[in-house]
Write a protein that binds this ligand. Structure first.
Ligand code: SAH
Ligand code: F3S
Length: 457
């Protein structure tokens, strides 16, 4: 960065009216939707400091990576990316490299030792101090802030959505998690649960709607336990849905114990609240659920699924499943498969258990399911879900769904892609339609992952 300053001085003496080149940042994001939302906050902070975005890491003065620590392979991916940044830095030693997010929070100063290209380590609650940390590096020190907070919600910072599609946006409504599921690192990396004041959420949603956005997803690790004063999650959902009937509202992630009927009735009441619930189950076996410190059992979970199906017929439902958790037997694994059949999820995110240092499970239980069993169980549940997803998609054939167009389909610009209210991806010939349009589409074909159709009038 010193050369950059030198160059600026040179320019100002040789030419009268040339403005100094702006410093450039490159920010990439790993992990969950919350990290994407956090990167939009970080972008706002950096733009406010006068930085401008760089197209690639090698063009940047500042490379930041917003990281995930949820499973070991998420961290490995970041480390291999850091090795690439290290190579860039060998040629451009003034580049500043920073690690943000959950991996920064988990590893703290250790990251500086383990990855020698890293100059900055900033955790999820300390993004406001990023300019200060950058300054520390400019003055020859490392910039580290991994302080967690009980209050920070960044409610006054307007996120800048550079990488977005201009149609759908995330709004973070709460931070942290107090649930302490025994396998999960999030309570350690994102700190205590706190909700953001409703006024600032409504303001952000209204601004997005005024700018032409057509869908907002309210985000939290545990979104339906949102509470700020007298405002609970169902109230908040109703308030956001009332802004504009053309603005779709989604939310993620719900926890089974907080998925109350009043939330379901609010979803029913508003046409623009999407008929889709993501409800992580993790396991279909009560002993495992207890070891996981999930606060429900199979019967309670299935009652919630039945309540969703009864109050919201046709609602899309998805889940998260962990396979091969500590001491899980073959029979207990089969319980998960039988629950999948019973619940008939439209889709699922499925993971092999990955022990995270410092979690309750890592301290109390042995990660004793052999790797080959974990892998086989994972392929069994993936296969099970593929079959269930495919039959769910077959049921959509010859039906008409309203699709909010998000962009071109991945394979061809002659096709558009969007989602139904139930969160299924639907692809259809573009015709005159464009991103942001609501299009009624007749489903004519399907794969286990996608619906294909034709627009109808
Ligand atoms: N409430 C959160 C859950 C975060 S983690 C949310 O907003 O989505 C997402 C999923 O990752 C969890 O539901 C769980 O299925 C999985 N997961 C979490 N910790 C894990 C671990 N140690 N190993 C494997 N999968 C894990
Ligand atoms: Fe993790 Fe459980 Fe919270 S999965 S994010 S501790 S709800």
């Amino acid at each position: 960065m010193d050369t950059q300053v030198g160059q600026m001085e040179e320019i100002s003496v040789t030419k009268e009216k040339i403005t100094a080149p702006k410093l450039k940042f490159f920010l990439e994001t790993y992990g969950c939707q919350m990290n994407i939302a956090d990167s939009e906050l970080v972008t706002a902070i950096l733009l406010n400091q006068g930085y401008e975005p760089a197209p690639a890491p090698a063009d940047a003065d500042l490379i930041l990576t917003n990281t995930c620590a949820i499973r070991e392979n998420a961290e490995e991916r970041v480390r291999s990316r850091l090795r690439e940044f290290r190579k860039i830095k060998l040629h451009k030693p003034d580049i500043v490299v920073g690690v943000l997010g959950c991996m920064a929070e988990r590893l703290k100063e250790k990251l500086l030792v383990e990855e020698d290209c890293v100059d900055i380590v900033v955790g999820p609650d300390a993004y406001r101090t990023l300019p200060f940390c950058i300054n520390e590096v400019n003055e020859g020190r490392k910039g580290v802030n991994v302080q967690l907070s009980r209050e920070e919600t960044y409610s006054d910072i307007n996120p800048v959505r550079l990488g977005g599609n201009g149609v759908t946006a995330y709004i973070s409504i709460m931070r942290g998690c107090d649930n302490m599921c025994s396998f999960c690192v999030v309570p350690f990396t994102r700190g205590r649960e706190r909700s953001r004041e409703p006024e600032s959420i409504i303001r952000e949603a209204r601004q997005l709607s005024d700018k032409g956005y057509r869908e907002v997803t309210l985000l939290g690790q545990n979104v339906n336990s949102y509470r700020y004063g007298d405002t609970g999650f169902a109230n908040l959902l109703g308030m956001v849905a009332s802004i504009n009937p053309l603005l779709r509202v989604r939310f993620s992630t719900s926890n089974p114990q907080d998925m109350t009927d009043d939330v379901l009735y609010t979803i029913k009441k508003f046409d623009n609240i999407c008929k889709y619930v993501h409800l992580p189950v993790q396991s279909g076996n009560d002993r495992i659920l207890q070891l996981m410190n999930r606060s429900y059992n199979r019967q309670y979970y299935m009652e919630r699924i039945k309540a969703i199906r009864k109050i919201l017929p046709g609602c899309g439902i998805s889940t998260d499943i962990i396979t091969g958790f500590c001491s899980e037997t073959e029979i207990e694994h089969k319980d998960t498969i039988s629950l999948m059949h019973e619940a008939e999820f439209d889709f699922a995110y499925m993971f092999k258990y990955s022990e995270r240092p410092g979690t309750l499970a890592a301290r109390k239980f042995k990660d004793d399911v052999p790797e080959e069993d974990k892998s086989r169980r994972l392929s069994e549940i993936i296969q099970t879900q593929q079959d269930i997803s495919y039959s769910s998609n077959l049921k959509d054939l010859n039906r008409v769904y309203e699709v909010l167009v998000e962009g071109n389909s991945r394979k061809s610009s002659r096709y558009l892609s969007g989602r139904s209210s139930m969160n299924k991806v639907i692809v259809f010939p573009a015709g005159e339609h464009k991103p942001g349009d609501y299009v009624k589409v007749l489903v004519t074909k399907c794969t286990p992952a996608t619906l294909l159709g034709e627009p109808v009038n």
